[in-house]
Design a protein around this ligand. Structure first.
Ligand code: NAD
Length: 256
């Protein structure tokens, strides 16, 4: 399918899943606005090799004013946003009674509130053009819990709920809003959890196997490319009646 002439914002796309999704959308012809921390030049170069226009905005999504700046930049430089992939996310693992309050606040801000802000800021333009796609990268943790992940699980359940509301509020338009719920994907966010296990003296390969075996029956990671192709489907005409869904892609995690 072709996304030529469309502009996509993918938050948190300087690494991991967001970068993978951005590449698939650029390959399909979309112009891309990347966002995220760190040196963005490598990510920009990787996405730009598909030949479409690529920009980057460094907004910290825990700050509402910076989120506003990101979408002002998108309007000024690209003329608006047709596809919004709310992907940026952070994690912290601790028991609820030990959970640092500032980590709770930042996880809710980045993983949940930023999805609300991005959505409210792009919807008027999408309604004016009567076309849009909002895809929220939630998690299996938007549907089930795991110990130690209070803020993350609360935020991701919130994203799934918000997705349903936006899906309903746009139901009679050519705008759709859906959530994708990945299982384990081997990115820096998950590598840190493997490293934490290995730090306790476990062999790194064994630590990786143990992480998968606890939850993911396929014993294989989902990849950023798998997720990019699912986003692409949701952007297609065939995906136009998928609305308010929470679509798991998880090696069987949620089938148990
Ligand atoms: P990652 O750590 O590799 O990448 C996160 C991206 O978000 C980076 O580009 C980072 O710069 C950016 N980011 C972090 N905080 C930010 C902030 N305050 N403002 C702007 N950008 C910020 O993580 P990932 O594994 O690729 O995760 C991407 C999304 O997928 C997250 O929402 C995560 O919850 C979700 N997810 C990941 C997995 C997994 O197994 N990796 C599974 C399910 C869901």
């Amino acid at each position: 399918m072709s996304l030529i002439g469309k502009t996509a914002v993918v938050t948190g796309s300087t690494s991991g899943i967001g970068l993978g999704i951005a590449q698939v959308l650029a390959k399909a012809g979309a112009n891309l606005i990347l966002n995220g921390f760190g040196d963005a030049s490598a990510a920009i170069a990787e996405v730009a090799r598909h030949g479409t226009r690529v920009g980057h905005h460094p907004a910290d999504l825990s700050d509402v004013a910076q989120i506003q700046d990101l979408f002002t930049y998108a309007m000024r430089e690209f003329g608006g946003v047709d596809i919004l992939v709310n992907n940026a996310g952070i994690q912290h693992v601790a028991a609820v009674e030990d959970f640092p309050v500032e980590r709770w606040d930042s996880i809710i801000a980045v993983n949940l509130s930023a999805v609300f802000h991005g959505t409210r800021l792009v919807l008027p333009g999408m309604r004016a053009r009567n076309w849009g796609r909002i895809v929220n990268i939630a998690s299996v943790h938007g549907q089930v819990g795991s110990t130690g992940k209070a803020a993350y699980v609360a935020a991701k359940h919130g994203v799934v709920g918000l997705t349903k509301v936006v899906g309903l509020e746009t139901a009679t338009s050519n705008i759709t809003c859906n959530a994708i719920c990945p299982g384990w994907v081997l990115t820096p966010l998950v590598q840190k959890q493997i490293d934490d296990r290995a730090a306790n003296g476990v062999d790194p390969q064994q630590a990786q196997h143990d992480l998968l075996a606890e939850k993911q029956p396929s014993l294989a990671f989902v990849t950023p490319e798998h997720l990019g192709e699912l986003v692409l489907f949701l952007c297609s005409e065939a995906g136009s009646q998928v609305r308010g869904a929470a679509w798991n892609i998880d090696g069987g995690w949620l089938a148990q």
